[in-house]
Design a protein around this ligand. Structure first.
Ligand SMILES: [Zn+2]
Length: 278
């Protein structure tokens, strides 16, 4: 196959008309697509990094909230513990005093009354001691839980800090890359008629970032649907024409070399998009 013929066509632009070489337009557009995909990768990487930070921070916040709730519960338990201690103190005091009073007893009635009071106080002490011991266990559990969560929380804070640092470092790198690629893009798009560039941008926005694709084995490499034979023939013969895939509306170009390329295995399914929207 010989070199493609260059056909000059007139494309309507905002300020009149422009004579452009469409084979160049498609070629340049495919270069723009490469840059755009590289820029998309950077953008996605940035988003991923930011969302990791957000995730780490929100996990940290969840843990802190749990610690707050547990600390409140612990405070309540400690108040309960003080009440129990006070109860124990009062009952033990009663037992001591009653035991002293036993020595000064005048009659049997008094004796019965005091020994009953002692017995009741001793029962109370037993109960309170049991409650107190159970409470101590719960307090210890809560303290352990809080300590574990606090360690986790500080891990999360450290992780978020590391990610923020990484993001800051990467940001500088990305900014440089974005600047370089954007300049390349700007230099390229001066050769593309604005209406075609606008259409490319629109398709790209709606078609997973891909606005222009090759055709291999009569199949659009964007949607992987076979294109009609007459469109394929036109594409091969007129390598200078601007042709859009009738299914996904992406710009198509025929790259002779890619025809011998590997077989496609993808089966991207896409809904159709009205032609006037593309
Ligand atoms: Zn397609």
């Amino acid at each position: 196959m010989g070199p493609p013929n260059k056909i000059k066509v007139t494309v309507d632009v905002l300020d009149g008309s422009l004579e452009v070489d469409l084979s160049d337009t498609i070629r340049v557009l495919s270069e723009v697509q490469k840059i755009d995909l590289e820029l998309d990768v950077i953008e996605r990487e940035k988003e991923r990094c930011c969302s990791e930070i957000e995730e780490s921070k929100s996990e940290g916040d969840d843990i802190k909230e749990k610690v707050t709730l547990l600390t409140e519960a612990l405070d309540t338990l400690e108040v309960e513990g003080k009440d129990l201690e006070e109860g124990l103190r009062v009952n033990k005091e009663t037992i001591t005093k009653d035991n002293e009073r036993l020595g000064e007893i005048k009659n049997d009635k008094q004796f019965k009354a005091i020994t009953k009071e002692i017995s009741n106080a001793e029962k109370s002490v037993k109960l309170l001691e049991m409650e107190s011991s159970a409470l101590s266990e719960r307090v210890a559990e809560k303290r352990e839980e809080i300590a574990g969560l606090e360690a986790k929380s500080s891990e999360k804070t450290d992780a978020a800090g590391t990610l923020v640092k990484k993001l800051e470092e990467n940001n500088a790198e990305w900014a440089k890359e974005i600047e370089g690629k954007s300049k390349e893009r700007e230099a390229l798009i001066v050769d593309i008629p604005p209406n075609i560039l606008k259409k490319y941008d629109t398709i790209r926005a709606r078609r997973a970032g891909i606005g222009i694709v090759t055709v291999e084995r009569e199949t659009c490499q964007g949607c992987f649907i076979q294109i009609p034979p007459q469109v394929y023939i036109q594409l091969r013969r007129d390598s200078d024409g601007i042709i859009n895939c009738p299914h996904c509306y992406r710009f198509l170009y025929f790259d002779g070399e890619s025809e011998v390329g590997a077989e496609s295995t993808s089966n991207e399914a896409e809904s159709s998009m009205p032609a006037d929207e593309a």
